[in-house]
Write a protein that binds this ligand. Sequence first.
Ligand SMILES: [Zn+2]
Length: 318
Amino acid sequence: MNWISNYVRPKINSLFSRREVPENLWSKCPECGTMLFHRELSDNLNVCTSCQHHMAITPRDRFAALFDGGVFVDVPVPAPVADPLHFRDQKRYPDRLKSAQKATGEAEAMLVGEGEMGRSTVVVAAQDFSFMGGSMGMYVGNAILAAAERAVERRCPLILFSAAGGARMQEGLLSLMQMPRTTVAVEMLKEAGLPYIVVLTHPTTGGVTASYAMLGDVQIAEPGALICFAGPRVIEQTIREKLPEGFQRAEYLLEHGMLDRVTHRTELRAELITICRMLTGLPPAVMGDLPAPAEGPEAASTASAEAAAAVLNGDPAK
Ligand SMILES: [Zn+2]
């Protein structure tokens, strides 16, 4: 009867124990250790409800929270030459790309979307740190160029969310060439007199910090984001000195004049709407709720006021 206790019983037990609550419903805040329910966490845009630690958020989830009613269209990005250097480390570069595409469900490390924010058109580009460390290769260069071209075509602001470990090693010199290339893209916007707003998210480092991520008309960062060219560990080992508390974090950079704002993720949308309206010469957005529409001849004017209020609430139905 040994096979019953050794084989059949564990099999039966494992079948039934699968009905337990899946583990991924809860995630642990890496900062304070609080267990957070997945819905509570996604409602708060992946910010810990207990200590306000900003966790990573995918570009698509970010866009859903940013655009009016979560509606946007992808701006197509031309595909670059695949694996020009035939690069290979532990894995071949094309295989590495394929597994990143499978894990994230995205084509590459940057997503570009066009839509409305506060009822005016914007183009938004967001870098995905979960895709090979958000590294800047030829595709990211193409994406920024496509985003800038679309913004110029639509005569609207470009908002960019940066998150990167730097240039993509697998593309060697070609990835470094994206630094001047993206700078030219930003210059296109400046020549057209259009706002370019950068939101630096955790972490923004290396060649990205040395190019398009630092060229915004307004530089905003999310709280606690690491923003640097060389990381703190490298600097510490080079100068053999202990670095000050909070070195290269968003708040430290704000204090030292490198940033204009440090803004909580849940307040970003309203702030970006205000900045875009200011820089494009539009009147300020209507804030807050307005009274319900009245009956009679005044109804028409109240309805338009309500439509204006809907702008900030991001309700496209009104
Ligand atoms: Zn926390």
